[in-house]
Design a protein around this ligand. Structure first.
Ligand code: GLN
Length: 464
């Protein structure tokens, strides 16, 4: 049988096929809303050397720069902004032959867990349109789950790749902090975030990651991968308080541990004493950095500006008041609050200390264990409109994902099957630079399970 990648390479070779593909995706995406803009780059010309990803359509979260395309960040403030440059990670994938297909919906500036904070439209979960696709990279996750593209980019500041991947039943990778250049990623919380990948195919994801990573002079925090010592078969499973998880989520963890056990892994249960401080530390740091990063949107040089203002101060006020949505405003306020003079030590300083503590606890565990198995999120995809999970609960539920952002570790959301009509899955977390261990374990799990397709998804083989 052809690999997933080969299925995609076999089609979209000529203009007619590309047009048919575009029309089909537009039709199938109408009820899902994963794309904010969609238009497939032309097939590579004959003088383009065929790269590893030759012709593969790539969806890009709309907070990542692609020249000549919009870069809305899901915000009114950038609604009409056309991007003049391309992110390094995107450039690398394009030089390997990937073709941009479209820009995907997200929670405004990456702030949220449901895609409901986008100012530019709603994305629903392809498995059940009454459920959210997750966030903030919900559009990318939905597009991959629905088979519209084999590969998509997202950004992960506190779980925004892994949580939507988990909700939509696809793989979602958050690489080690710094291994993928952030040049061209719109900054939300710079010390936490990294560009990540979505795919239904673990081999294709690994290939794309290998192309994307590496030092980039345009991002001073980027770094070449350093190989960690080869791991053995010892793995840990995180102990979580009874009742903190939905049944389907704890079942997924159990099943995954059993399946990996059958592949020769030996699991021990471990605890992270500082886990309870993760969410407060994450939101303190994320809000603080957001309040500084988002100061640049002031209606002066680009982005939304009001029709009339008495003076520059008034103009900035109006641009920000009318351009930002409520969640973004809340976080800017929170961020300025925790950073206000005389109180930095009490909030930001403390959060940074917690961050060090967590990093040490994880480093200690990784001396003994190859990777840690844990949930991605305490529940499966929740209902739209906050019916079964309000904003506050959504934030608390970021505990298992934002852990890896605070400590910089790589982590992978792995789909493991369906439960109650929705995807279920687990998260694998590894020491810094040990993405290879994650791919290896996920590859072993994928022998037992490969992601199914929701109704109304695209089967690319039908277009060949
Ligand atoms: N739920 C997290 C937040 O709202 C996700 C952030 C992210 O990874 N972009 O901050």
């Amino acid at each position: 049988m052809n690999s997933y990648k080969e299925q995609w390479l076999a089609v979209l070779r000529n203009k007619t096929q590309c047009r048919a593909y575009e029309a089909r995706v537009r039709e199938l995406d109408a009820p899902i809303g994963s794309f904010l803009s969609f238009h497939l780059d032309p097939p590579p010309g004959s003088n383009n050397p065929p790269g590893a990803l030759s012709g593969i359509p790539l969806a890009v979260k709309d907070n990542i720069a692609v020249r000549g395309r919009p870069l809305t960040c899901g915000s009114r403030i950038l609604e009409n902004f056309q991007c003049p440059y391309t992110a390094s990670a995107v450039e690398k994938l394009m030089s390997a032959g990937a073709r941009i297909a479209g820009k995907t919906n997200l929670d405004e500036f990456g702030m949220g867990s449901s895609n409901e904070n986008s100012a530019l439209g709603e994305t629903v979960n392809p498995w059940n349109h009454n459920k959210v696709p997750g966030g903030s990279s919900g559009g990318s996750a939905a597009a991959v789950a629905a088979g519209f593209v084999p590969l998509a980019l997202g950004s992960d500041t506190g779980g925004s790749v892994r949580q939507p991947a988990n909700f939509c039943g696809v793989y979602g990778l958050k690489p080690t902090y710094g291994t993928v250049s952030r040049y061209g990623l719109t900054a939300y919380a710079s010390s936490l975030e990294v560009i990540g990948l979505f795919s239904r195919d673990i081999a294709l994801m690994e290939e794309a990651f290998t192309i994307m990573r590496g030092f980039d002079p345009r991002d001073q925090s980027s770094i070449n991968p350093q190989e960690p010592p080869v791991g053995g078969k010892k793995a840990a499973v995180l102990k979580v308080d009874g009742g903190a998880l939905d049944g389907a989520v704890s079942d997924a963890c159990k099943t995954a541990a059993e399946r990996l056990g059958a592949e020769g892994y030996e699991f021990s249960a471990v605890q992270l004493p500082s886990l309870k401080y993760v969410v407060p530390a994450y939101y303190t740091i994320a809000a603080a950095e957001a309040s500084a990063n988002l100061a640049r949107y002031n209606g002066m040089r680009y982005g939304y500006a009001p029709d009339y203002a008495e003076n520059p101060r008034e103009l900035m006020k109006k641009a920000r008041h009318e351009g930002f949505g409520p969640e973004v405003k809340l976080r800017i306020l929170l961020g300025t609050y925790v950073l206000r003079s005389g109180f930095q030590e009490q909030y930001y300083g403390r959060a940074q200390k917690i961050r060090t503590l967590i990093r040490r606890e994880l480093d200690a565990l990784f001396k003994d264990y190859n990777f840690i198995l844990m949930p991605v999120f305490p529940t499966q995809a929740f209902s739209r409109g906050g019916a079964d999970m309000d904003d506050y609960q959504q934030r608390l539920a970021d505990v298992f994902t934002s852990l890896a952002n605070l400590a910089g570790n790589p982590a992978l959301a792995v789909p493991t099957g369906m439960a109650k009509g929705l995807p279920a899955g687990v998260q694998l977390m590894a020491p810094h630079f040990a993405e290879a261990r994650l791919f290896q374990a996920a590859g072993e799990l994928s022998k037992h399970f490969s992601p199914p397709s929701p109704e109304g998804s695209l089967d690319i083989r039908g277009l060949a």
